[in-house]
Design a protein around this ligand. Structure first.
Ligand SMILES: Cc1cc2nc3c(=O)[nH]c(=O)nc-3n(C[C@H](O)[C@H](O)[C@H](O)COP(=O)(O)O)c2cc1C
Length: 235
């Protein structure tokens, strides 16, 4: 603290706690089979409810599986993906160009290298991608949906919700991975959860306790320095 009582950067316990959470969270792609107790999941959901949204619409709804529910979802999804083309409620990226393409490639290469997949081994990388539809072995999945009338900003609000969920889970020792890949089976998801037709699937979050021994959880993606993204106007 300064003598005016205003916090300076890196001085508050809250800043340190947030930095620790942000630093510790990664996308977890291998899980232990243990269920997360219902009260822990409920606390994650309670914390995630604090997410801000435009006009406080709180457009997110979340469908969660546990136990046999997850197994039915996992089996149904794997079968659906084998027999249906991908169709998402939101447009998928039209193109990855320039630095987006480079970063996408870098994180894919890191993922493949972590599990010993050689560059260019398309069969092995496709097999790794298919693990999305096994929820990477997670014992739970949360499907986040928005309302169709809210359009892009409803999805933005849900994106914020997803991040609060990830950090809330991290604070309770629960690992997560957001998955757009699962949202590509929107029809299956609608039917499985009997979602109302005006709901739009934003993404899934698979979660559980991390398998820390699995090398797929052993790499870290990089972030650009602030100078690369921030533009200042001072006069
Ligand atoms: C909206 C969203 C969708 C994602 N979809 C997938 C996915 O379908 N499959 C996957 O393996 N990772 C997915 N990820 C995880 C990203 O690849 C990951 O967040 C990124 O590489 C940064 O790594 P980190 O989460 O470990 O920091 C998704 C992340 C976000 C935010």
């Amino acid at each position: 603290m300064t003598d005016t009582g205003i916090a300076t950067a890196r001085t508050t316990p809250a800043e340190r706690t947030l930095a620790q959470l942000l630093d510790a969270r990664i996308s977890c792609r291998a899980y232990l089979p243990e269920q997360v107790p219902r009260d822990v999941i409920e606390r994650i959901l309670e914390l995630a409810q604090q997410t801000p949204s435009w006009c406080n619409t709180q457009p997110w709804q979340v469908a969660i599986t546990e136990g046999e529910g997850t197994e039915r979802f996992r089996a149904g999804l794997a079968e659906y993906v084998r027999t249906h083309p991908q169709e998402s409620d939101f447009d998928w990226p039209r193109a990855y160009v320039g630095e987006h393409k480079l970063r996408r490639r870098e994180c894919a290469m890191q993922l493949y290298a972590s599990v010993g997949i050689a560059p260019g081994d398309r069969a092995a990388s496709a097999e790794q991608t298919m693990k999305n539809f096994d929820l990477f072995g997670a014992p739970h999945v949360a499907i986040v949906t928005t309302h169709e009338a809210l359009g892009t900003y409803g999805a933005v609000d849900c994106g914020l919700y997803v991040e609060t969920f990830l950090l809330a889970a991290q604070s309770l020792g629960v690992a997560t991975i957001p998955q757009a890949a699962v949202a590509g089976s929107s029809r299956f998801i609608h039917d499985f959860f009997a979602l109302e037709e005006d709901r739009r699937v934003v993404c899934a979050i698979s979660f559980g306790y991390p398998d820390t021994e699995n090398p797929v959880n052993g790499f870290r993606t990089h972030r650009e320095p602030v100078a690369h993204v921030a533009q200042w106007v001072s006069r």
